[in-house]
Design a protein around this ligand. Structure first.
Ligand SMILES: NCCCNCCCCCC(=O)CS
Ligand SMILES: [Zn+2]
Length: 548
């Protein structure tokens, strides 16, 4: 059952701004919240959400991450003159203070904690906190990058303490590295921090050595920090999706978090002066959707950056559409990751190979994943004799088709691929013993293919006796709804109807639990398939040379 999506916003957080000249800070304006919330209202999205009031964070909340001396210092700022505020600001970098910013920072944090409270207590399934000041750059005793208190880092400590949460995944899709979050959890294996960021070989702000791909966490936390540097600008949708399919999602499913927190910065979208990337706002519908089957759907998105007001508003709307369960727009003309992205992808995977079994190999194969892609015309010629309307695909003809497929009388051939419409997956499984192998094959092979193929209909067939257990089946059904604007047709036997229907109705799939290492002997099957296909299917690439 879908308990709905929370939206947490209060216009008080628009009531602070830059009071002096500072080129580095002038982009962080109150209008960022006004246009974001306004767009949600205009598009009828605010009304579809559960409106939850903000609260003021307490000292105890703030001290979960920050030091007493830092909090005491910030407490003095409401009483400072303009000159004193300027003076106080000089000790930090790329941030400004204002008499009302302390109040707003407490509201931004309070909004974040209200969101996680309502998700953790099951009042809502997921939600978005529209806040400023942002948080992910602020550190234990320092403000930085427009951030005063680290909203998401505090939220992670808060849920561990209050709800005994064992594992928290933080996905930071903002275009800057959230160094404040990284520092909070670098030795903490219970919090997996993932961030991609404009880096340009350390030439881009905040110019830190520890933002590079080889910084993976310390001591017990080794492997629980994942840094993906973008060493070039103009990254596109394909680059972002490649990182999700081949790094974040495989690791996230293996980690199996109890809660997903998103540092939802939208300066990674096209038009943003900071990011200078080319990914379009609709990509955030897909990024959100791809995370929504983790943690039983418990996902809290918290606004960080985003400075192009048009791009920001559109990206916020795309995110909320997905949180509400609306089908994502079709991922138009994906052409595959650029070489720089492939290089980063390869570096990150090899840096984390020793910590995550899914990266040791592309996921084992207890399931024979036969990917049959059929052109509509082929289906029509061969199977639809009776349909009077030439374009109608009748259910009976589909079932006839399935029978032929299972006997492999119709096989994958190159030219078939480019007609269109059908992307047919027949998943033959030998029992559910190895959900991890299945999921890794879905994430590293099936989804990239599907996104690149961009079908207008997904036909999902559960072959008789396939033995796929319900939760795995629900994950597959849920993930595939990111394709074809959610137009998915499932042919199955009776037993699987309930779990399938709940997934088709938008319920999050149940968590699969922590995934163990898949038995290696099956691995080459999916690797071979990927190697064979990747020449034509760019999203399958993970390196610019054959996998070692
Ligand atoms: N000192 C050189 C100026 C470089 N610009 C820095 C701007 C900080 C951006 C922080 C941000 O966007 C939070 S999401
Ligand atoms: Zn940012």
């Amino acid at each position: 059952v879908n308990m709905g999506t929370a939206l947490i916003y209060d216009e008080e957080m628009t009531r602070y701004k830059l009071l002096w000249v500072d080129p580095a800070c002038k982009i962080e304006v109150p209008e960022r919240l006004v246009v974001s919330y306004g767009a949600l209202v205009e598009n009828g999205l605010a009304d579809r959400c559960v409106s939850i009031p903000v609260r003021e964070a307490t000292d105890a909340d703030i001290l979960l991450v920050h030091s007493e001396e830092y909090l005491e210092a910030v407490k003095k700022t409401p009483y400072m003159t303009l000159e004193e505020l300027k003076e106080f600001t000089l000790q930090y970098g790329d941030v400004y203070f204002h008499p009302n910013i302390y109040h707003c920072a407490k509201l931004a944090l309070g909004a974040t904690l209200q969101l996680v409270d309502n998700v953790m207590t099951g009042k809502v399934r997921n939600g978005l906190a529209l806040v400023r000041p942002p948080g992910h750059h602020s550190m234990r005793s320092a403000a930085s990058g427009f951030c005063i208190f680290n909203n998401v880092a505090i939220a992670a400590q808060y849920v561990k303490q209050k709800y005994g949460v064992k594992r928290v995944l933080i996905v930071d899709w903002d275009i800057h590295h959230g160094q404040g979050v990284q520092y909070s959890f670098e030795d903490d294996p219970s919090v997996l921090y993932f961030s991609w960021h404009r880096y340009e070989h350390q030439k881009f702000w905040p110019n830190l050595r520890e933002s590079d791909f080889d910084v993976v966490g310390k001591e017990k936390g080794a492997g629980s920090t994942i840094n993906v540097p973008w060493n070039k600008v103009k990254m596109q949708n394909s680059d972002y999706l490649s990182i999700f399919f081949h790094v974040l999602l495989p690791v996230a499913y293996e980690f199996s978090p109890d809660l997903v927190l998103v540092c939802a910065g939208f300066d990674s979208a096209i038009g943003d002066p900071e990011g200078e990337m080319c990914a379009t706002p609709d990509i955030f519908a897909h990024l959100t959707h791809l995370l929504m089957n983790l943690a039983g759907g418990k996902l809290c998105a918290v606004l960080e950056g985003g400075y192009n007001l048009k791009s920001l508003a559109q990206s916020v709307c795309q995110t909320v559409h997905s949180l509400l369960g609306d089908p994502a727009p079709r991922p138009a003309n994906l052409e595959g990751p650029c070489n720089s992205a492939l290089e980063s992808l390869q570096c990150v995977r090899s840096a984390h190979r020793k910590y995550w079994s899914c990266l040791k190999h592309a996921g084992s194969l207890k399931y024979t994943l036969i990917v049959n892609v059929l052109s509509f015309s082929t289906i029509r010629e061969n199977f639809i004799k009776d349909a009077d309307d030439k374009d109608a695909v009748t259910l009976s003809s589909l079932i006839a088709l399935v029978d032929k497929m299972e006997k492999n009388e119709v096989v994958l051939t190159r030219d078939l691929l480019y007609s269109n419409l059908f992307f047919y997956i027949s998943v033959l499984s030998q029992g559910c013993s190895d959900a991890s192998g299945f999921i890794q094959a879905v994430l590293g092979l099936l989804l990239p293919l599907g996104y690149e193929y961009d079908p207008s209909l997904v036909l999902l067939v559960q072959t008789p006796g396939s033995g796929i257990c319900d939760s795995v089946w629900q994950q597959l059904t849920g993930l595939l709804q990111g394709l074809a604007q959610g137009h998915i047709l499932v042919l199955m036997q009776r037993t699987c109807i309930d779990p399938t229907c709940s997934s088709l109705l938008g319920d999050a799939a149940p968590s699969l639990g922590q995934l163990h290492a898949a038995p290696p002997e099956d691995v080459e099957a999916v690797e071979n398939l990927r190697q064979r296909l990747k020449a034509d299917w760019k999203l399958l690439q993970t390196t610019d040379e054959p996998d070692d």
